[in-house]
Ligand binder design. Structure first.
Ligand code: DX5
Ligand code: ZN
Length: 217
């Protein structure tokens, strides 16, 4: 079982001060930052690009957990790897050759992840489980922070966790969207070990305490 990691999403931070958001994550004693990249095509929203990662990279040692919500993610993995991404996750539902994109991510020296939406069948990830270091089971439909947790997505977590156990694999299972102390407990009991938190971290009166509560500490 992987140690539980909490990855605050910069999407919920002050977009006029991403460096301040990174500093808040470091002050909370955490090691990952989740970077939500949106193109206005795969999801109905725009966020930020590789230049933000390149600007933040020299300022922090945080693990850049990069979530590409892009229609053609294969066109951008090199730019994000060069900008300083440590981990790049792409959606099974996007328009690309998933296996080739995952192989390219690893060729570029990054950890590779595959993401599925709440309405996906978890078996969509099964052909790729030997090629990934992480499976992201979305717990909202991607595009915006602050949405309500979709409880049905726990089925995907359980399905991926069962296949991980059956095949004796060790990839992480990440969840993203509507994660707070209560929903984190549901996800952890279903098999998730990596928790993305935007609103529940950056809007918390005490982000470090919120992080501990979500991690089940
Ligand atoms: C896709 C994004 C959001 C965000 C988390 O929509 O990935 O899920 O990171 O947002 P919160 O934690 O505010 O629901
Ligand atoms: Zn995300």
């Amino acid at each position: 079982m992987n140690p539980v990691v909490l990855a605050p999403s910069l999407l919920a931070a002050d977009h006029a001060d991403f460096a301040g958001g990174v500093a808040a994550i470091e002050r909370a004693g955490l090691g990952w930052v989740h970077l939500d990249i949106m193109d206005g095509h795969f999801v109905p929203n725009l966020s930020f690009g590789p230049q933000v990662l390149a600007a933040l990279r020299p300022r922090t040692k945080l693990h850049f957990d990069t979530h590409l919500m892009l229609l053609n993610p294969d066109r951008y993995v090199e730019a994000f790897a060069k900008a300083g991404a440590d981990r790049i996750t792409v959606h099974a539902e996007a328009d690309h050759d998933v296996a080739r994109t995952l192989a390219r991510i690893r060729e570029l020296g990054c950890s590779a992840g595959i993401a599925i939406n709440p309405d996906a069948d978890p078996s969509a990830t099964f052909p790729h489980l030997d090629a990934v270091d992480l499976v992201l089971c979305m717990t909202v439909f991607p595009g915006f922070g602050g949405q309500a947790f979709i409880a049905g997505a726990a089925e995907n977590i359980r399905g991926v966790a069962a296949e991980r156990a059956r095949r004796g694999l060790a990839f992480r299972i990440e969840v993203d969207g509507g994660i707070n102390a209560e929903t984190a407990a549901v996800c952890r009991s279903a098999g998730a070990d990596t928790l993305v938190a935007g609103t529940s971290f950056f809007k918390a009166p005490d982000p470090a305490a919120a992080a501990r509560a979500m991690a089940g500490a």
